[in-house]
Design a protein around this ligand. Structure first.
Ligand code: NAP
Length: 252
């Protein structure tokens, strides 16, 4: 049994992580902004015998990120799942800089702070796991969202090189399209995305936890996205740019 902290646990991929980790016997620290949803989930997981702590926090604020980093240290967590995230439904250049600042805090600064806190408790102990939810969009140039995801993929790969030998494994999960609240919250209509491109949050979670257990730095669940990910990484840059130009609807 171990203690896992999941950010963005109220919906989508984070909710699936929380439920699956509880099913596997982990205790949990649940983080998101919506306190009522957090409490409902905590109640559900306590019913199956788990110890659950709730930390309501807005990770797009420095104060919120600091509170969660403190929870990482206080609870000496075994697994950090950096999952909370969102995207702005406009292209950089048409967005407000204040909104971009908040996105940078949520997608880059907060995961970095939580990883730093996790390393503080995991390295001296000689064990720990960090799972960063990135995106297949990390491999294509698609504005600030894909830039944030590329940042976390790159750092995760380095963390694994640097700290796996000290017992701390880091994996970046790169989902393709997943049926969650993500697109609705972003205000885009994903109805033109072909059915074969959709995956479930549960598929992502099973794939990610299997790859984390194997110590892999990168997790791309499903064969179809492994192929798409390889094309995005190894195809000529001009071809990747042409696909990226098709618009953000096809790669969040
Ligand atoms: N869905 C996809 O197609 C897809 C594809 C690739 C990658 N991803 C990535 O997967 C991760 C999870 O997204 P999802 O698809 O599961 O979306 P989702 O259903 O919208 O869930 C997002 C979660 O993040 C939390 N959250 C959002 N902003 C927050 C903030 N400022 N502070 C704290 N918590 C915040 C939300 O809870 P509250 O609203 O209660 O705060 C919610 O629990 C994200 O990092 C996303 O970039 C998604």
């Amino acid at each position: 049994m171990s203690l896992a902290l999941v950010t963005g646990a109220t919906s989508g991929i984070g909710l699936a992580f929380a439920r699956e980790l509880a099913r596997r016997g982990d205790d949990l620290v649940l983080v998101a902004r919506d306190e009522a949803r957090l409490d409902r989930l905590a109640g559900e997981l306590r019913l199956v015998g788990r110890t659950v702590y709730v930390v309501p926090a807005d990770l797009a604020t420095r104060e919120g990120a600091a509170r969660v980093a403190e929870a990482v240290r206080e609870h000496r967590i075994d697994l950090l799942v950096n999952n909370a995230g969102s995207s702005i439904g406009k292209f950089f250049g048409d967005t407000d800089v204040a909104d971009e600042d908040a996105q940078l805090d949520l997608m880059v600064k907060a995961p970095m702070d939580l990883m730093a806190a996790a390393l503080e408790v995991m390295r001296p102990r000689g064990s720990g796991q960090i799972l960063n939810v990135a995106s297949i969009a990390a491999f294509t140039p698609r504005g600030t969202y894909s830039a944030h995801k590329a940042w976390i993929v790159n750092l995760s790969q380095w963390m694994n090189i640097q700290y796996a030998r000290e017992g701390v494994v880091t994996t970046a999960l790169c989902p393709g399209f997943v049926r969650t609240e993500f697109h609705q919250r972003m205000g885009v209509d994903p109805s033109d995305v072909p059915r074969w491109m959709w995956t479930s949050a549960e598929q992502q979670v099973q794939g990610a936890l299997a790859d984390l257990a194997k110590g892999r730095p990168l997790s791309i669940p499903t064969v179809r996205y492994k192929v798409l990910g390889a094309i995005a990484r190894y195809a000529p840059a001009g071809l990747v740019a042409a696909v990226a130009k098709r618009g953000r609807k096809l790669a969040e």
